[in-house]
Design a protein around this ligand. Structure first.
Ligand SMILES: Cc1cc2nc3c(=O)[nH]c(=O)nc-3n(C[C@H](O)[C@H](O)[C@H](O)COP(=O)(O)OP(=O)(O)OC[C@H]3O[C@@H](n4cnc5c(N)ncnc54)[C@H](O)[C@@H]3O)c2cc1C
Length: 395
């Protein structure tokens, strides 16, 4: 087997997008190592796949804008043999709600978002009530509504489309679990897999999602990224909520339409609430149904009285690849190494940013061009220098 130019570890949406752009746009020979080709536990298969402009970090807004534009022309970008992917992208917006204590933060974030070209309107309770008559607004001070460029799409379809287009451009996906790094001086030479295979390459990209820290440790990089379980509940409800966006209650509970029903979720219950807290990598089967019964449902019914009658149809859990340092992705060249790059830790907003991150990272690796936003601010260097790029809008 000819040695590839680039070896990508992890075939989730980040690894697949990076591999796709490397091969399609820069002619690189790429192998992707993926330990589980069913992607059963990958974040990319378990995502709520929504996209927003309402971040507190300008770079995140720019990544959303570039990725959204890419998704709108996905038929031409990622078609294979005349077969075009369908993402089902819709743009009903995100609506962040705040009580008196949270209004100042919404105002500050909106200023950042407007400066970055996002169309975000601040609505007082009366305006909220007029626009969304089904919403209970008595305890609210302000709402922040995305007027364009926010909504949701079929994330697994985007992941599959990147994989298919990558394969069409010559990328090989190999089923193997990388376990050990072989290096000399400041260069990595090969990766060893649990089945004994050795994979040599010129350049390596670590895109192992929530599980990237173990391999990063071999590079001497203490990566503050770990798998944090997040539950998503699929609801049947007779409620009719015209124009319903993705709503984020001041409590952190969120909901949005999905098909004929709704999705809902919330941050995990903390230990002080008597809940399970937020441990690393609990079993995905252990959906916290009490979180829904005792916390989410009462808050949903208080915010939207029409939700009094609803039923949990099903539920699933996936891991956020949480970066505990500043809740932002870590992307770029790994300091101290001449031929290693990383893209992980997107803390629950990586699906929407994969197109832009993949394009920018591929160009940086290949020394080529991309008009996606430069990733300098996401460099792993900030971890070593203790410089946080704090994202305060984490759902
Ligand atoms: C419940 C939930 C809701 C979400 N909602 C949204 C949302 O609304 N919008 C949004 O943008 N994002 C959302 N996300 C986040 C988004 O899904 C992730 O940011 C994104 O999928 C991360 O992609 P990834 O490729 O980095 O990781 P993954 O998809 O996890 O891929 C990593 C891959 O690496 C493989 N791997 C790991 N270790 C090794 C190894 N040693 N060798 C070989 N392979 C390895 C794994 O098997 C896995 O397939 C959500 C996530 C969850 C769980």
């Amino acid at each position: 087997m000819k040695e590839p130019d680039v070896l990508v570890i992890g075939g989730g949406v980040m690894g697949a997008a990076t591999a796709c752009f490397l091969a399609r746009d820069h002619g690189a020979a790429v192998i992707v190592l993926e330990r589980d080709p069913s992607y059963a536990r990958a974040s990319s298969a378990l995502s709520a796949s929504s996209i927003r402009q309402q971040f507190s970090t300008p770079l995140n807004i720019a990544l959303s804008q570039w990725s959204l534009a890419f998704m709108k022309r996905v038929e031409s970008e990622l078609a294979v043999d005349g077969e075009a992917p369908t993402l089902g992208l819709v743009e009903p917006g995100y609506l962040y709600l705040a009580g008196p204590g949270g209004a100042a933060e919404l105002r500050a974030n909106q200023a950042v978002q407007q400066a970055a070209g996002a169309q975000v309107a601040l609505l007082e309770p009366a305006a909220l009530q007029t626009r969304f008559p089904w919403l209970q607004v008595d305890d609210l001070a302000l709402g922040s509504l995305g007027l364009a460029g926010e909504g949701w799409f079929d994330g697994p379809a985007l992941h599959t489309a990147f994989r298919r287009r990558a394969i069409a451009a010559g990328v090989r996906f190999v089923a193997a679990e990388a376990t050990r790094i072989e290096s000399r001086g400041d260069r990595v030479h090969a990766l060893h897999a649990t089945d004994g295979q050795r994979f040599a390459a010129d350049i390596f990209v670590l895109a192992a999602g929530a599980w990237s820290s173990a391999l990063a440790a071999h590079l001497g990089l203490a990566l503050p990224v770990s798998p944090k379980k997040r539950d998503v509940f699929v609801l049947d409800s007779p409620a009719v909520l015209p124009g319903c966006p993705l709503v984020i209650d001041p409590s952190g509970v969120w909901f949005r339409p999905e098909g004929r029903g709704f999705l809902a979720g919330a941050p995990p219950r903390t230990l002080t609430d008597g809940g399970p807290g937020d441990p690393d990598e609990p079993p995905l089967e252990a959906v916290d149904h009490l979180l829904f019964e005792e916390h989410i449902w009462p808050l949903l019914a208080a915010r939207v009285p029409a939700f009094e009658a609803l039923r949990v149809r099903s539920a699933w859990a996936g891991y956020y690849e949480m970066n505990a340092f500043d809740h932002n992705g870590v992307a770029g060249a790994v300091p101290g190494w001449r031929n290693v790059h990383i893209a992980c830790g997107f803390s629950g907003h990586g699906m929407q940013h994969a197109p832009a991150v993949g394009s920018a990272l591929a160009a940086a690796i290949a020394g080529g061009h991309s008009d996606a936003p430069a990733l300098d601010a996401l460099s792993p260097r900030r971890l070593l220098e203790g410089r946080r790029l704090l994202e305060s809008n984490v759902i």
